[in-house]
Design a protein around this ligand. Sequence first.
Ligand code: E4P
Length: 217
Amino acid sequence: MIFFIDTANVDDIRKANDMGIISGVTTNPSLIAKEGRDFKQVIQEITSIVDGPISGEVKATTVDAEGMIAEAREIASIHPNMVVKIPMTAEGLKAVKVLHKEGIKTNVTLIFSPAQALLAARAGADYVSPFLGRLDDISTPGISLIEDITEIFQMHGIETQIIAASIRNPIHVIDCAKAGADIATVPYKVLLQMIHHPLTDEGIRKFQDDYRKVFGE
Ligand code: E4P
């Protein structure tokens, strides 16, 4: 399993990229709105930082296939690494079919059931984004969704990549890796939580103390 970062904040993207831990980026309308900046400008900056798949979503207010297709073509024209995020609706599936034929990569988002993931894959999606945390939020085990989609895709030789999304903590990340997700898209805060361990911090302090006692700074 590889990591994408789930944010539109270019500073956080740069910091994660500098650590060599991310292979791509996912954004969504809420994350773009949080930055309060022009969509195209933010996306262009991201493509200049990370050399990997960058998901940019069609406008949340665009609900018809024709509108999504037109926007998807614009998003795809920003950079060859762009992947267009399309919501899981009947109109979205129609858009995915057309975009697939045009060679535009898609990531079908807001997946909450294995049936939705299977449909998205059959429509031609390159990626599906099942949302783990939002299911946990309503007391439905999100990890079962990742496990079920992984099993079904493996069983039927489906090449659509599974991006485990809506990740809230390091336990989610490890559960997704064990479930066989291809990718986890992880907020910067959770990437930092994954780095730290109290025994590592304590070990560094002890090595520094022991070294200083004998050799000074
Ligand atoms: C990723 O593609 C999603 O946009 C994101 O992971 C949603 O996460 P949230 O449920 O924490 O908003």
